[in-house]
Design a protein around this ligand. Structure first.
Ligand SMILES: C[S@@+](CC[C@H](N)C(=O)[O-])C[C@H]1O[C@@H](n2cnc3c(N)ncnc32)[C@H](O)[C@@H]1O
Length: 275
């Protein structure tokens, strides 16, 4: 069978892959670059390659996200290995990354903590862009930290990885970034491919999604150097409640950064009182 015929096969079409996704699948299974695929759409495939693509299509039809099918994804041009123990990093989180970079441009921090690091996406992207920065990535899941550490080793990026519940046992940093679990477990808008495949620990938090965020707001200021800033990703409807709680706890809420769709996505705050 050739590439073009396989693409039109009903057993592949059920996967409903976009052109880009299909290209990534073909590259992963057959080793053909996107350019090879465009120039030689009639490339012959071995039986084993066809079987592998069909097996992936069957898993995709069941709802399994592309990141887990491939076992990797890109975040800020870094290729990160993924396992089902970690959330698939989202483009929305690049908004948090860019907000952090903009902040760092003016404040020149020396140390940063990525708490709830998962695959290590934010910690590694910050280290890749700012090699002199001291970066710590922390997560409560030992399996997630194993994935993050493997990603760091593979990319030759030196990050201090810690398994811990939020800030327990951690010192102080100039900057904290965090993409915590913030989805209400009762939110019926969550796609089955997310709910069924991504780790619940990475997605859901009680109190309408705010339980972990509230703990972060209560504790993070003790782990910031004087004048340090916390950048927190959250759901689009959560900014108002987060800002109210943050102010009550003594934070100076500086800004809310929108995502590419213009929705409130990242709240930036500074600890103001003498702690
Ligand atoms: C939404 S994922 C974010 C992963 C990664 N930062 C990203 O943006 O792709 C949230 C992460 O928080 C971790 N987590 C949940 N509760 C935690 C806690 N109490 N302390 C530390 N990490 C926690 C989960 O294991 C998960 O890896």
């Amino acid at each position: 069978m050739n590439l073009e015929v396989l693409r039109q096969d009903p057993r592949v079409r059920v996967a409903d892959w976009t052109v880009r996704e299909w290209s990534q699948i073909v590259q992963a299974v057959c080793g053909l670059s996107h350019m090879d695929q465009l120039l030689s759409p009639q490339s012959a495939l071995s039986n084993s390659q066809v079987e592998q693509v069909l097996a992936l299509a069957e898993r995709a039809q069941d709802g399994e996200p592309l990141g887990y099918l491939l076992g990797w994804t890109y975040f800020d041009a870094l290729r990160l290995t993924l396992t089902p123990d970690v959330l698939i990093p989202r483009p929305d989180t690049e908004v948090l990354l860019h907000a952090a970079l903009a902040h760092m441009h003016s404040t020149k921090p020396q140390s940063v903590l990525d708490v709830c690091t998962g695959s290590g996406a934010l910690a590694l992207a910050l280290k890749a862009r700012c090699p002199d920065l001291s970066v710590t990535g922390a997560d409560i899941s030992p399996n997630a930290i194993d994935v993050a550490r493997a990603n760091g080793d593979h990319l030759s990026l030196s990050v201090n990885w810690v398994v811990t519940d939020l800030f327990e046992g951690l010192g102080q940093f100039d900057l904290i970034v965090c993409n915590p679990p913030y989805i209400d477990p009762n939110d019926d808008r969550v796609e089955p491919s997310v709910r069924d495949y991504e780790p619940a620990l990475a997605l859901f938090a009680e109190k309408e999604g705010l339980a972990v965020i509230e703990r972060i707001l209560e504790r993070a200021s003790c782990h910031l150097q004087f004048g340090g800033v916390l950048l927190l990703e959250h759901g689009p409807e959560q900014h108002g409640r987060i800002a109210t709680t943050a102010r009550k706890l003594g934070w100076d809420v500086l800004a809310c950064v929108p995502d590419l769709a213009g929705r409130d996505r990242v709240t930036t705050m500074r600890a103001v009182d003498d702690r």
